[in-house]
Design a protein around this ligand. Structure first.
Ligand code: FES
Length: 105
């Protein structure tokens, strides 16, 4: 599995998603609760960027209709979204945040 640099750890503010594009895949990188997560940036309900939503309790909320997705599993907590959003493995090396979009967790 190929890890590529998504951004610098020092650029990430807590609970403020950062949208990056890795190998053509839009990814939202989120630092929260002392960990860094990578989740596909597109809501599973419609074509909406999750990085524009809010982060709370390890969930990212879709701003359009309010479904929240677990940053660890990608599963939605409630309607209208019913399908999970892919999440990706993250590695931290020094100040580099590395993400593998070739493997979903
Ligand atoms: S577009 Fe995300 S919940 Fe509807």
């Amino acid at each position: 599995m190929a890890f590529v640099k998504a951004c610098a750890l020092s650029e990430l503010e807590d609970d403020t998603p950062k949208r990056v594009e890795l190998d053509g895949t839009p990814v939202s990188v989120v630092r929260t609760e002392g960990e860094v997560f990578a989740i596909n940036d597109i809501c599973s309900h419609a074509n909406v960027s999750l990085s524009e939503g809010e982060v709370e309790d390890c969930m990212i909320e879709c701003w359009l209709h309010g479904s929240s997705f677990d940053l660890r599993t990608g599963k939605p907590s409630g309607l209208p979204a019913t399908r999970p959003v892919p999440v990706y493995p993250v590695k931290i090396e020094g100040d580099d945040v590395l993400v593998s979009v070739t493997q979903e967790t």
